[in-house]
Design a protein around this ligand. Structure first.
Ligand code: ATP
Ligand code: MG
Length: 578
């Protein structure tokens, strides 16, 4: 493709709303252009990459016995009511009415639609196993779309759904798809990890995520030093590497003044003690109501006790209490109404609501907590003498240095970008939607299901996030928009242009796609753009070089340049890609 005939516009300046390298570079390279928050047009370069990525995905899924279909994006309310997710999905599901007043939503995920499709066709065990997939635009009305394609509102997803006759067979499908995912991300050539994950509101109870490792990743991953365990911090069991015990015998309760101490940090410096020796009390509700029009009595509030140095894990809380979504914190005024004190001075003593205490508190006594009176705390507080607990349970976020929950050694912490997610669903959707089949005894059973997503547009950007430098993107070979970027320095000179065309068509005929910069621009401008756009190889063809019978080929990754005779160029490129 000639640059002059394409639609590529690069920018010198970084856009003001872009925070991470890949977002800045994609906008600067003209790969994406924002239409509205979280909604982008893919330019020609991005689209070529997406198509290459889609093809890798298609090839591996087809190899794994999956079948491609394409489902509607506009979906009727009735279908989502069958699984109760019209409500459960909350405002992430974009809902609207047509001219007849019928409710619809834009597809955020397709469990309902695919289950409906399957129940119409799959009647017998002879139709099984079946795995259907599609590559399609999804819409989720994300609260904070950001980082370009990383968290878009409209984005491209590959979603697959497996149907089987038994749990055992469903697990086989799960393993088959897991292997396909490992193949896909290995072929793409990104550094990724597979980790245990939460099932979110998709349902089911076994799920794993695939993450591209990157410092800007939104997800916190914990991986054991020995490599035998990896999980999203959302679900990683928290175990101290060494358990901390308070040895003291129980002392008598004392109230003392802590004026001006609002946070654990302020309290710990006031009392000259470690944050880990203080206990914080947090208040939540599982009732999903906007803060503006709710009353405390409707909220069924509960309290959570943690060491001052620990962080509450909302996913563990959600799963513990069987909520569809993570609980919300009470507002300061709700806490005051409930306890008589502001959040910084609250504690468990005297509370008449359920209290969940983190397991780390089981071995501590004579603890310090808020007194439920502003500017006062209590010391020497002891369980069960001074307060009740509904359950001691692991509800903190595990962290680097914690004990490997399944073996020896410690956990190490990484940041990851979630690019894939696989779930075993069981019969959650088939039971709710009456998707049944007859087994070989003629008995009707609900279909066993699994579902499998890849964020296609997110993966594209994640590959750039993992591979770039100060000058621009560095494409992985597999999904680079073009394999070769040819800088023709003197397109007006017949010798140079003829040689450019010869190399170009030679490479294209060997399946090596090239972008030819044929613009009447200075070499410096062309080189800057080539670095920014980051194709793995750059070929520089100019009058001066040709006079010496030389053409330069530069690797984008380390900028290593070789000077080759014109006849050797095509072979060099072929070898690079072999
Ligand atoms: P996240 O936790 O990042 O919000 P999710 O767990 O809600 O994602 P899934 O329902 O598992 O997402 O969707 C499958 C895949 O689709 C994800 O693994 C991710 O790669 C991609 N994806 C999800 N939401 C977005 C988004 N807003 N923008 C781009 N890709 C997304
Ligand atoms: Mg997910």
């Amino acid at each position: 493709m000639k640059w002059s005939e394409s639609h590529i516009y690069t920018l010198k300046e970084a856009p003001s709303d872009a925070e991470i390298p890949s977002h800045i570079l994609m906008v600067r390279g003209g790969l994406i252009k924002k239409l509205a928050p979280g909604i982008y047009t893919y330019g020609p370069l991005a689209l070529r990459s997406l198509r290459k990525l889609e093809n890798i995905i298609r090839e591996e899924l087809d190899k794994a016995g999956c079948t491609e279909i394409l489902m509607p994006m506009v979906q009727p309310r009735e279908l989502w009511e069958e699984t109760n997710r019209w409500q459960e999905m909350g405002d992430g599901l974009l809902k609207f009415q047509n001219r007849n007043g019928h409710d619809f939503c834009l597809g955020a995920t397709h469990e309902e639609v695919v289950t409906d499709y399957a129940r119409k066709d799959i009647k017998s065990y002879r139709d099984l196993p079946r795995t259907l997939y599609q590559i399609q635009t999804k819409f989720r009305d994300e609260i904070r779309p950001r980082f370009g394609l990383m968290r878009g509102r409209e984005f491209l997803m590959k979603d697959a759904y497996s149907f089987d006759e038994s749990k055992e067979k469903a697990m086989e499908s799960y393993e088959r798809l897991k292997q396909a995912y490992i193949n896909i991300f290995s072929r793409v050539g990104v550094d990724f990890r597979m980790v245990k994950a939460d099932s979110g509101n998709i349902g089911g109870n076994l799920s794993e995520e695939f993450h591209v490792l990157a410092d800007s990743g939104e997800d916190h991953l914990l991986v054991s030093e020995s490599g035998d365990y990896a999980a999203n911090a959302e679900v990683c069991p928290a175990k101290d590497f060494e358990t901390i015990y308070s040895q003291e015998k129980e002392l008598s309760l004392e109230k003392f003044e802590t004026k001006g101490c609002r946070t654990i940090k302020e309290l710990s410096s006031f009392l000259k003690c470690a944050e880990s020796s203080l206990v914080k009390t947090l208040f939540f509700t599982g009732v999903d109501m906007p803060e503006a029009n709710r009353a405390l009595k409707d909220l069924k509030p509960f309290a959570v006790l943690l060491r001052g140095s620990d962080e509450v894990n909302l996913i563990k809380l959600k799963n513990l209490l069987g909520f569809a979504n993570p609980p919300q914190m009470l507002s300061d005024s709700e806490v005051k109404e409930l306890t008589g004190a502001s959040p910084g001075s609250c504690g468990p003593v005297g509370l008449q609501i359920p209290i969940y205490a983190d397991t780390a508190l089981e071995t501590l006594n004579n603890i310090i907590v808020g007194a439920n009176q502003d500017d006062y705390h209590l010391r020497n507080v002891n369980y069960p003498r001074d307060f009740k607990v509904s359950q001691f349970v692991d509800i903190r976020v595990a962290k680097e240095g914690d004990k490997n929950p399944v073996g020896d050694g410690k956990l190490r912490s990484f940041r990851g970008i979630e690019v894939g997610h696989i779930f075993y669903l069981g019969t959650k959707y088939s039971k709710a939607m009456n998707a049944n089949f007859l087994d070989n005894n003629g008995k009707s059973n609900p279909l066993e299901m699994g579902c499998y997503g890849i964020g296609v547009s997110r993966t594209l950007q994640a590959a750039i996030e993992q591979n770039n430098d100060k000058d621009g993107m560095i494409w992985v070979k597999s999904i680079a928009p073009y394999k070769v970027h040819i800088c023709c320095l003197d397109p007006g000179d017949d010798t140079v242009w003829n040689e450019t065309q010869r190399i170009y068509s030679d490479l294209e005929s060997k399946g090596i796609d090239c972008l030819v910069d044929d613009r009447a621009e200075r070499p410096g401008v062309k080189f800057k753009d080539a670095d920014l756009l980051g194709m793995p190889l750059r070929i520089t063809i100019g009058g001066k070089g040709l006079k010496n019978n030389e053409i330069e080929v530069t690797k984008r990754s380390d900028k290593e340049t070789v000077k080759l005779a014109p006849e050797g160029v095509v072979q060099y490129v072929e070898e690079f890609y072999r």
